[in-house]
Design a protein around this ligand. Sequence first.
Ligand code: MG
Length: 377
Amino acid sequence: MMALAAYACDPQASRGRRHPEPSAPTRNAFQRDRDRIVHSTAFRRLVYKTQVFLNHEGDLFRTRLTHSLEVAQLGRSLARALGLHEDLVEAIALAHDLGHTPFGHAGQDALNECMATHGGFEHNLQSLRVVDGLEERYPQFDGLNLCFETREGILKHCSKRHAQALEAHEPGGVAARFLVNGQPSLEAQLCNIADEMAYNAHDIDDGVRSGLISMAQLSEVPLFDNYRLQVQAAFPDLSGRRLLYESIRRMLSDQVYDVLHATQSALQQHAPGSVQAVRQLPPLVQFSAEMKAQSTQLKSFLLHQLYRHPQVLQTTEWAKQVVRELFQAYLDNPHAMPEGHASRADLPRAVADYIAGMTDRFASREHARLTGVPNPA
Ligand code: MG
């Protein structure tokens, strides 16, 4: 690992764990967090959770697990080049989607609607709930008891209302920055941008492979098409998957260097001397203005052509129905859930936690079991 920069998070200067623990003899605090995340139940479930395509639609599409691994890979590369803490970036990247419901955004939207009068549902907040409380592995505490810096990175977005509620439990804690418009560490900022880079790239790949979008359609997206033209000029006979992969590879690679340059110049300009200084500055991990605009264009293309493709919307509708009906079924009959959930004082929240933890196929099976309606897939 390259020497840590002054503005990086240092595990020895961590703001600590909620339940103090002796340090580990051979691992730094962020490595230990990463290891706890990898061993968690929520992490293993990511393999059967939808990213864009429902888990049963094909074996080669990204799942939340492979997405998280790609974010970790990009994040670590960037962290190393910027002198940031790679282990912390990896821990945040691997945990960032732990709170996602089954069936991707459709599942989360449905669950949020079900919880509208019970405090709502946000997947970022849920990721934090998973590592702070829902994982049951240790004798002395609930959750994984992660470091402040890892938790800070996991809580990527948070509404004012939820931030106030968190702040009441943990004054000056991970939600405080949402009340004062502060920034998280550079490692956390880096994970956000690595997340965006990863899904833009892999959704092109999955989108084309699924047949829902075509290379011809992608010619309206300059960020992608410039690389395709470049690749075709260098390899005139190339077509199909190799053309797609090489174009995506070049796009990702240029984005990595773009982030490095733009971030390095922001760091030079602001010269933060510590992570505390970073938290009070504007966001520093960034694309150049030009790359940002192109990335936004690509996102908008994916939104309209892929995420809102009629075939995707059709499965989306079904997924929402499954979540809504499951929610109602458990409210009506709490004992259809495991005892630990059924006996909780706040029943709607217990139901939301239970459903959010489900894999796509477990949710489908439970739905069929409780409603008698067979799963169409
Ligand atoms: Mg993500």
